[in-house]
Write a protein that binds this ligand. Sequence first.
Ligand code: G
Ligand code: G
Ligand code: MN
Ligand code: NA
Length: 254
Amino acid sequence: LMLENDLRKALLRDEFILYYQPRIDLSTGSVTSVEALIRWQHPQRGLLAPNAFIHLAEEIGLIGEIGHWVLNTACRQLRDWRSEGLTDLRMAVNVSARQLHDSAFHCLVEKTLLDAMLPAACLELELTESCVMDNPEKAIVVLNTISRLGVRIAIDDFGTGYSSLAYLKRLPVTCLKIDRAFVQGIPEDAEDVAIAETILSMAKHLGLVVVAEGIETEAQCDFLARRHCKEGQGYWFSRPLPAGDLINFINSTV
Ligand code: G
Ligand code: G
Ligand code: MN
Ligand code: NA
């Protein structure tokens, strides 16, 4: 209950902060985009990860406002980076199911892009499988509207839920993110290898980009690159970074 009261005040008190984790093109080694990941600088408890409060925010109806703050902050940061010379950098933002249920969500996305003077194609929204499968017919309608703006749609944590392939075909999805649970066992674990190869093969046939999450070793990176996984993300490249550290990271990779 105390955490709930604190969470209600956190936006006004400006206690949220975004970290950014680079996403790497596995064939060139360059940074293509960053994923915005929220943290809460709690006055007593210190820096809290999203797992400690996002679920609560959904339950008490705050996720809409917090999600709006995330989208707005991430887009303005991207505009600044692009004007500072990172002209091709793109931004991925996580979206919860509750945000999709808001019938004005696509208007919010459109307005945020206009305010930040960003082309829609530099924004990608990440939705988990369960978020989409929660109400697939509704998700298809909302995501089609957003996709028509030019915004990209990625399925996050792919493989952990139970996406029906029939729905996947009807969704305007451009990217699948292989959950880190399957990347973990590569290349030793035969089952993880089989799952990763199956996702890569399916994505190739459906014309989808694959991003592997949670790459922690050179062996995982090499294995995925050799199988033409387009992009990767994980501690092997970089942890999520505060905005001020991202430019240094990008400069260190070129
Ligand atoms: O950064 P970390 O690895 O602790 O993130 C944990 C989870 O929290 C991830 O699954 C991520 O998708 C989710 N998450 C991070 N930032 C946001 C956000 O801004 N909105 C929502 N809905 N989820 C987020
Ligand atoms: O759920 P989602 O995939 O959106 O969130 C990504 C989360 O995974 C972030 O909280 C981030 O801190 C975490 N993460 C990113 N890279 C790695 C990694 O290489 N290993 C592990 N264990 N976690 C990671
Ligand atoms: Mn994500
Ligand atoms: Na994930």
